[in-house]
Ligand binder design. Structure first.
Ligand code: HEC
Ligand code: HEC
Length: 476
């Protein structure tokens, strides 16, 4: 028997259980907030969070029966779908895939955690970006399953037809060559931005930039949204609407989004509980202490300093915004938010909920809590390890595999990030060939928007200073 979620969350959070049991008001006051327990409850609720409503929003088409049911066994079909599209599969469940009943039909709805839950070094971490989610594949396979669903009679009534149509429109969007991501783990944000063009009945500009980015980690986001949302601060975090941008791209309508207000505030409270995953292996304290000195003289000017609250947990702070001219990383994403987009956002039917900032073109220097788990690095996932980030941009790795990117045997604890083949080895040439053939599970810095240029800070440190610095970064 599963506890209703709200009750489970209360129990985990150590809320005054006496109140539930109806004991007199003289019971002792509740204990000070236990952030670990709150994080457990917050991430547990986030695993179930779903905005699919009234038959609209993010969904992977009609369920083919025996599908990814939270309480039932996972069908072979759902498992194959999840593997192909890079969803996290854990304990026989697909993270973020839910069977939902809507007007007599069963649909595979997609929850936020499908993208905002990921794996690193063999552990599932809610709040970490999914390193392998491939929305193009979701669209490609989704279209195939639509055909199967039609054959199976899913279009037997109006509601069924409408579901098939909306899933078809989403599949078209996800596979549209103007937007489609070339590599797993990168989500084209222009898929969300196109919604604003559609609302204004403006044509999509020819050659619109895809702006494909990795899914960011969400711990510390409660402070981040004070200064801006996303990798570049394009979104204004004071308005509550961008969070459901993917739902609009998925076919949700503004009127329904308005009814989400309370739920959005609840989600923001969940995010505020999230904690970074501690480094799963031993950290050499003496080395890390030396690394802290290196960090403070080389990196702190942009990435800030790091302190811990009395409970040993991080005290989050907002990140600093850095002009593009200073950091010099790939700018395709910045091109995606240029042009008339800001004006269209200001004119949209949700202009009160979805707003932009007027920060100049640039990227946030992200806060680095839990950074060990966030590989590949930079907003466009273009650098596979921290050691590679501390290497001259011209000498950084150019191809690497994303297969099983979050599994234990793909984690390199020395370079901190993905394992890589030795340069010049037969494995390295095989990867280069696969990349040239367009293999979506091989990342290549020569693909548009995926260059690993820029951020050359710390690249001229001595080898021992770099090793100390890496050890310190593990401790954040
Ligand atoms: C298809 C994958 C995907 C899904 C599903 C998804 N997101 Fe995101 N989310 C992203 C990506 C990618 C970004 C970064 C966008 C950017 O930088 O422009 C992001 C950014 C965010 C941010 C801003 C984080 C920051 O650092 O500024 C929040 C908050 C967020 N998402 C919440 C949600 C919620 C709530 C849901 C469920 C309704 C959701 N997301 C569903 C991919 C996804
Ligand atoms: C002048 C400002 C500046 C300095 C100095 C700087 N950084 Fe950065 N850093 C940035 C910016 C801006 C980004 C985001 C760039 C992007 O995503 O394209 C970034 C991104 C990163 C990331 C990627 C995080 C992620 O989640 O992918 C890491 C790791 C990082 N920096 C580490 C360092 C270290 C270590 C140093 C010191 C050797 C350093 N940085 C010095 C501005 C700076």
């Amino acid at each position: 028997v599963r506890l209703p979620l709200a009750v489970a969350a209360l129990l985990v959070a150590g809320a005054p259980i006496a109140a539930l049991a109806g004991e007199p008001a003289s019971a002792p006051p509740p204990p000070a907030v236990d952030r670990r327990a709150a994080a457990e409850a917050g991430t547990a609720s986030f695993r179930e969070l779903l905005f699919f409503a009234e038959g609209r929003g993010l969904h992977a088409g009609p369920s083919l029966g025996g599908g990814p049911d939270a309480d039932g066994p996972l069908s072979k079909l759902a498992l194959a779908f999840a593997k192909r599209t890079g969803f996290v599969v854990e304990d026989g469940r697909v993270l973020g895939l839910h069977e939902v009943e809507t007007s007599g039909h069963r649909v595979s709805a997609v929850g936020c955690v499908a993208c905002h839950g990921g794996r690193a070094a063999g552990k599932t971490i809610v709040g970490l970006g999914n390193k392998t989610i491939d929305v193009f594949e979701v669209g490609r396979l989704g279209r195939k399953s639509l055909w199967l669903a039609k054959v199976a009679g899913a279009a037997k009534d109006e509601a069924g037809k409408e579901l098939l149509d909306s899933a078809g429109r989403l599949a078209d969007l996800l596979t549209d060559p103007r937007f489609a991501n070339a590599t797993a783990g990168l989500v084209p944000t222009s898929m969300v931005f196109q919604w604003f063009y559609a609302q204004a009945s403006e044509p999509i500009p020819p050659g619109i930039a895809r702006g494909a980015v990795k899914v960011p980690a969400l711990w510390g986001y409660a402070r981040k949204r004070e200064v801006g949302q996303f990798c570049d601060g394009f979104g204004d975090g004071h308005a509550a609407g961008w969070t459901v941008g993917v739902e609009l791209a998925g076919g949700q309508i503004p009127e329904t989004v308005r009814t989400y207000r309370a739920k959005l505030d609840e989600v923001e409270r969940q995010f505020a509980t999230f904690l970074p995953p501690p480094y799963p292996f031993p950290v050499d304290a003496a080395k890390a202490a030396r690394g802290k000195t290196v960090f403070e003289s080389t990196c702190s000017a942009c990435h800030g300093t790091y302190s811990r609250a009395p409970d040993g947990l991080p005290a989050f702070e907002p990140p600093q915004h850095v002009a593009w001219e200073t950091v010099g990383t790939d700018r395709e994403r910045l091109d995606a938010v240029g042009g008339p987009l800001r004006k269209l956002v200001a004119r949209s039917p949700l202009a009160d909920l979805i707003r932009t900032t007027d920060l100049p073109p640039g990227y946030f220097a992200p806060r680095l809590e839990g950074v060990w788990s966030r590989f590949p690095f930079l907003h466009n996932a273009s650098v596979p390890t921290l050691r590679a980030l501390l290497t001259d941009p011209a000498k950084r790795p150019t191809e690497w595999s994303l297969e099983d990117a979050g599994e234990a045997d793909r984690f390199d604890p020395v370079a901190v990030g993905l394992t890589l083949p030795a340069p010049g080895s037969p494995e390295a040439s095989a990867l280069a060939r696969r990349a040239a053939d367009g293999d979506r599970l091989v990342s290549s810095t020569s693909r548009l928007g995926q260059s690993s240029a820029g951020h050359s800070f710390g690249t001229d440190l001595s080898p021992s200073a770099k090793a100390d610095l890496l050890e310190y970064l593990k401790s954040l």
